[in-house]
Design a binder for this molecule. Structure first.
Ligand SMILES: [Zn+2]
Ligand SMILES: [Zn+2]
Length: 920
């Protein structure tokens, strides 16, 4: 095979299929667009799923791409294979060529063969093809594929072998599109077998050694499987192929593991360089090196696609693998954050093809650095906690750390079991690993339950998918070529085409029903890009009548499947029916509030970049009628000056009354013209660009599908209401505009006026008047504290005057005021220090019961005076008992009236003890 760099493999693949009439589309982002059922893009077909499900018309019928993929579930243990396996990674690129109802098996096989043998120069004797042969008998063998291998290629017929359902039949899910596949394997030669010498081992295709490498899977989507498991032939058949870039690069460079090809090697070199390891040391740490390289690559791409570390979903996946890499780093000698350096190499290696990595470089490095630092702090807190747990166990003379505690460390602080085990072992502790695994399993169970919807479309979504299909087939949906009707209209005369009630499609609804209504066309905006849905009214008016014959209040919108816009609301009057004409009226005042907030969000974004710097990137936003929320990347809290400057310049842009210009163009064109592309654009889409400012030199341009004002002046006023942190390097600003801003200002001014009246000051002097008051308050508080101290001193002096001498021993027995026993104890402490050598018994009525504390200084304990003995005698008088140490004891009783009598007894008790008349 020809020697090629990874970049060359990628480019030659795309060029080859372009020459066969394919449109090359960019990779979809790792965060799936418009697919709530998927956590992260994990296969090349994800972005084409709706085409296969027949829910979306393909824009092109031949497509080629290389797709960023992530395969990792939410648990650390599942990652254990990474670093040990030669060919498996969390992040990988899957190249693919696609036919949507266009060419089929013949071309797919012929072109695959042409590419690998002629363009890449693979030795055909080393190539093996597998085809499907049903081991369950129903479908027979894929003779069609075998035939094409025989007629279209020069493969050795003995090297075409058949496999059953497990290896060679592909399905999207339990139901839906599926079909046979045909894989291409490369025989790397016997020297690559890692099971040589194992008894009974035979090298073979789909075997368990690393001699035969499967690198290309051609999937022929031929059937649809229904809920009963019955397969029917699809009218339009598709081709979906997947070719792992890392594997082909590894073959082209004739290296043993993917980690040695030129897509990985620079990362590993950099790690070694930073650690100043010699080659032998590095080889001794193979697994940690590889884990760091694999995870570092995944982390870079994830952050590049806008994922920020967090505690849920994909954010958690990122946090988990980043921390895992950081931990492996510490194991092999990193003491400072280092993953940013790894990310730089990834960006250099992949940035030519994935330009977004370059564009978002600062953002990526920033997010990674902050998370790594945060992890270090977490680690410190976790270690402190572990220490506490062990000290506690030492106190109880136990040596086993509970499984539940180990799990808490793992779950809350990202402390893997082996780390807990290591630290524990250093101090002679064991960990209850069984208990840990039980707790982990319990959590997984919970996770599986909550994740079930993620694996496929729920029944509910199926209903809408069918509904959409049917409406389309009957030509019931249409916006007359208007792509963004919400942009053109605030109300529309249209027709009800479907009603859903209680999860069922119905013909009509009654007053009081909660319904979902589909219209032939709608002016309502459906939640997307952070902008909330419109609300409003649907109604039917008959000619000549001004009272509607039915009305539905629309509270919100949703889009269960792409292309189906559903109005959710309440029938407040009458009986709407399918086929009824309908007026769809958006709540205009609410829409206007939303538009103000949306345009203000764009202004805020561009002013933040202008004032804080270009590293500022949108990390999330909410545009609602009552407020806007904007999350962005920035390492520090905003100073008051920065906040003032941002607020001021947004308001300046509002006063300048700039026009908003809306254009539709291609993604590439928009981005190269300098538009800020947010995360999550889909390939080939016509994008909508919102520009604000003078047309030649707009100061804000963003790809955006939302609703906006026509001129910035319509926003009125912009006020920031809060600024705070929402995680590693991400800040959040909340602000109001228009009516809400006016309301806020009015309210604040009202409070100010009221405060001024209370203070008897002018509004502009409130500040100084309050400071004056606070100064006064401070002085008085200090005076009060001084007086209290003086009072206490007097009380103690009073007590000291009550000291008597009994046979040369100082004895103090007194009644005091105290609200709790703790106070009595503190008082005896103080008195003991003052007297040096004494017997002290203090009594007080606490909660209607007599309480005593006795203290005896150590010198007197030696003479036979014990606090416990003294107090026991005293307490009997009030019908109680007590005890304690020789130096300090406490007691309680029942009868508060005899408290003084009990205290009066103390000198006598002391004398008797000294004389030996009472037992000590
Ligand atoms: Zn072998
Ligand atoms: Zn926008």
């Amino acid at each position: 095979m020809k020697r090629m760099t990874g970049a060359k493999v990628r480019q030659s693949f795309l060029d080859f299929f372009a020459s066969k009439g394919h449109i090359v589309v960019p990779s979809a982002p790792l965060v799936p667009v418009g697919d709530p059922t998927l956590l992260l893009t994990n296969a090349g077909m994800n972005q084409f799923k709706n085409i296969f499900l027949n829910r979306e018309e393909p824009r092109y019928t031949r497509v080629a791409d290389t797709q960023k993929c992530m395969r990792v579930s939410g648990h650390l243990n599942d990652l254990d294979e990474v670093g040990r396996s030669l060919y498996h990674h969390t992040f990988f690129e899957m190249m693919g060529n696609w036919s949507f109802g266009d060419y089929y098996k013949k071309e797919a096989i012929a072109w695959a063969w042409e590419l690998v043998t002629q363009v890449w120069g693979m030795d055909k004797e080393r190539l093996w093809a597998t085809i499907f042969e049903d081991d369950e008998g129903d479908l027979g063998a894929d003779e069609e594929a075998r035939g094409h291998w025989m007629s279209e290629t020069s493969i050795n017929p003995a090297q075409i072998i058949a496999f059953g359902r497990k290896d060679n039949f592909w399905s999207m899910g339990p139901t839906g599109p599926c079909g046979p596949c045909s894989e291409i394997h490369y025989d790397r030669g016997p020297e690559y077998c890692d099971k040589q010498g194992e008894p009974g081992h035979v090298c073979r295709v789909n075997g368990d050694c690393s001699r035969y490498l499967e690198f290309w899977n051609l999937v022929f989507i031929q059937y649809n499987r229904d809920a009963e498991g019955v397969l029917t032939e699809l009218p339009a058949k598709h081709v979906d192929t997947g070719l792992g870039l890392d594997r082909v690069a590894t073959l082209a460079q004739d290296v043993k593991a993917n980690y040695e090809n030129d897509l990985f090697a620079p990362i590993l070199h950099r790690i070694q360089e930073m650690l100043e390891h010699d080659d032998e040391t590095a080889r001794g740490q193979l697994v940690p090196y590889r884990v760091i390289a694999d995870h570092g690559r995944a982390v870079t791409f994830l952050v590049g696609d806008g994922v920020i570390p967090g505690n849920e979903g994909r954010n958690y996946v990122l946090r988990m693998i980043l921390r895992r890499a950081a931990r492996f780093g510490r194991k092999i000698g990193f003491t400072e954050p280092f993953l940013g350096e790894v990310a730089k190499v990834v960006i250099d290696t992949f940035g030519d093809h994935y330009e977004d990595l370059r564009r978002r470089r600062e953002f990526i490095l920033n997010v990674i650095r902050q998370e790594e630092e945060r992890f270090q702090r977490t680690l410190d807190v976790g270690l402190a906690l572990l220490d506490e747990i062990m000290v506690d166990l030492e106190g109880k003379e136990e040596t086993v750390i509970l499984g539940a505690d180990a799990f808490r460390l793992y779950d809350t602080f990202g402390f893997p079991l082996d780390l807990t085990r290591d630290v524990a072992a250093e101090r002679g502790f064991l960990v209850d690993e069984e208990g840990f695994r039980a707790a982990l399993e319990e959590q997984r169970q919970r996770g599986r339950e909550s994740q079930q919807f993620v694996t496929g479309d729920s029944k509910e979504l199926e209903l809408y998918a069918r509904l959409l299909e049917e409406l389309k087939a009957r030509g019931r949906l249409g916006t007359d070529g208007v792509e963004h009707p919400y942009d053109e209209y605030i109300e529309l005369e249209t027709m009800i085409v479907a009603i859903v009630r209680d999860g069922m499609v119905v013909g009509q609804a009654r007053e009081g029903d909660e319904v979902e209504i589909v219209l032939a066309a709608t002016p309502f905006y459906v939640e997307s890009g952070g902008q909330v849905s419109d609300a409003g009214l649907l109604a039917r008016y008959e000619q000549g009548k001004d009272v509607a014959c039915w009305e539905v209040e629309v509270a919100s919108m949703w889009q269960p499947v792409p292309g189906l816009l559903v109005h959710r609301g309440l029938v407040t009057h009458g009986e709407p029916r399918v086929e009824d004409p309908a007026w769809a009226v958006v709540d205009a005042a609410r829409r206007m509030d939303i538009a103000r907030n949306h345009t203000a969000t764009h202004l805020l974004h561009s002013e933040l970049r202008y004032i804080l710097g270009e590293h500022v990137q949108q990390a999330g936003s909410l545009v609602a009628p009552e407020k806007l929320r904007f999350d962005f990347t920035h390492g520090a809290m905003l100073t008051q000056d920065e906040m003032d400057a941002v607020e001021q310049s947004v308001n300046d842009a509002i006063l300048a009354n700039y026009p908003l210009l809306i254009d539709h163009t291609s993604y590439q064109q928009a981005v190269s013209a300098g538009a800020m592309a947010l995360f999550g654009e889909k390939y080939g889409d016509q994008v909508r660009v919102i520009r604000i400012g003078v047309p030649e030199e707009p100061f804000s341009q963003e790809l955006c599908g939302g609703t906006h004002v026509h001129q910035t002046g319509e926003i009125g006023l912009f006020r920031i209401v809060s600024e705070g942190s929402v995680g590693s390097g991400v800040r959040r600003i909340e602000a109001v505009t228009g009516r809400a801003a006016q309301h806020l200002v009015q309210e604040r001014l009202g409070v100010l006026d009221a405060a001024a009246t209370h203070l008897g000051a002018q509004p502009e002097e409130v500040d100084r008047a309050v400071l004056r008051l606070l100064g006064d308050l401070h002085r008085r508080q200090k005076e009060i504290a001084d007086l209290r101290r003086e009072l206490a001193r007097l009380e103690y002096e009073q007590l000291l005057r009550q000291v008597q001498e009994v046979d040369g021993v100082k004895v103090l027995a007194a009644r005091v005021h105290a609200a709790e026993v703790e106070t009595l104890r503190e008082m005896t402490d103080w008195l003991r220090t003052q007297l040096g050598s004494a017997v002290i018994v203090l009594g007080a009525v606490i909660g209607e019961k007599p309480s005593f504390v006795a203290a005896v200084t150590p010198d007197l304990v030696e003479q036979g005076l014990k606090a416990g003995t003294v107090i026991k005698r005293v307490a009997t008088v009030v019908g109680g008992g007590g005890g304690g140490k020789p130096t300090l004891a406490q007691a309680g009783g029942r009868d508060p009236r005899r408290l003084d009598e009990a205290l009066a007894l103390v000198p006598k008790v002391v004398r008797n003890l000294l004389d030996g008349k009472e037992d000590a």
